[in-house]
Design a binder for this molecule. Structure first.
Ligand SMILES: NC(=O)c1ccc[n+]([C@@H]2O[C@H](COP(=O)([O-])OP(=O)(O)OC[C@H]3O[C@@H](n4cnc5c(N)ncnc54)[C@H](OP(=O)(O)O)[C@@H]3O)[C@@H](O)[C@H]2O)c1
Length: 241
């Protein structure tokens, strides 16, 4: 397995998720999460406007069928003034490559990249759906992409800041390798329950002694929602009970 890349040799990573008051990011049918308010959507768009790339798992694309382009004229102008492309790159993570080209995502005016395996990439090579297809290795221990090798490649391709938009499986794989720097969680006034409903961090979970420790940077309340901004404290194993 590769060693953890120095923070400077990989993109800065920020997870952005909306969560119910009982800690779910979707219902147990794993449908698209539509419980956030317009303020939450504006918050997500503002965060997306700060980055060079956004990344999400294939499960998230299958649930929504689309991604969120920047449409707010002020945010577009800010990007123009910073001489950034108007839209960040939207990177889909899919080991299987099993994606539906009929999804609206493939018609949206955004640059699209795919991260897949040799096998999963076959139908998408030279396909107009993606401007770039990146082949990554899976770790035999977890059958998950080797982010320690992949994130530095993103950095070499010009991605200095990366927003991680879910779902819980992708977020867990990055947390497990200690590759998340910040986290924005919007707590929404709804309860969904259900033991199969996904949470912000899925995967195997951490023992309490290995739990990732957070520092609260910011709290905002807008109407009924709370916006929590955390930094991940390193080294994570300094957590003492
Ligand atoms: N509330 C929110 O803010 C929010 C945000 C995003 C998503 N969601 C919800 O989350 C649910 C979808 O989540 P999900 O659990 O399906 O997770 P996901 O991470 O979106 O998708 C999982 C799939 O993505 C690929 N993938 C993700 N991480 C990988 C890794 N490390 N290595 C290899 N492949 C990886 C695999 O695709 P292949 O199967 O193609 O190999 C995997 O099956 C939906 O219900 C959606 O509504 C909520």
């Amino acid at each position: 397995m590769s060693v953890n890349p120095d923070v400077k040799s990989r993109p800065k990573t920020t997870v952005i998720l909306a969560m119910t008051a009982d800690g779910k990011i979707a219902d147990s049918q794993k449908t698209s999460a539509r419980f956030g308010s317009d303020a939450d959507k504006a918050h997500l768009e503002a965060q997306i406007a700060l980055v060079d790339g956004v990344i999400f798992g294939a499960g998230t694309l299958r649930a929504y069928g689309s991604s969120l382009p920047i449409t707010n004229p002020n945010l577009l102008q800010q990007r123009q003034e910073c001489i950034k492309p108007l839209q960040p790159i939207h990177i889909v993570v899919s080991a299987s490559g099993n994606l539906n080209y009929q999804d609206r995502f493939f018609q949206q005016p955004i640059p699209r990249w795919l991260l897949s395996t040799e096998q999963g990439a076959i139908p998408w090579r030279d396909h107009q759906g993606f401007v770039k297809v990146i082949i990554g290795e899976l770790l035999s221990s977890s059958n998950s992409f080797d982010w320690r090798a992949i994130l530095p490649r993103f950095k070499q391709l010009g991605i200095d800041k990366l927003a991680v938009l879910g779902g819980g499986e992708l977020v867990a794989s990055l947390f497990s390798l200690d590759l998340i720097d910040e986290l924005w969680l919007t707590v929404c006034p709804i309860i969904l329950g259900g033991k199969n409903a996904p949470t912000p961090v899925e995967g195997m979970g951490f023992r309490q002694s290995q739990g990732r420790k957070l520092k609260l940077l910011e709290v905002k309340q807008i109407a009924q929602e709370i916006f929590l901004h955390y930094q991940i404290v390193r080294p994570f194993n300094s957590f003492k009970l």
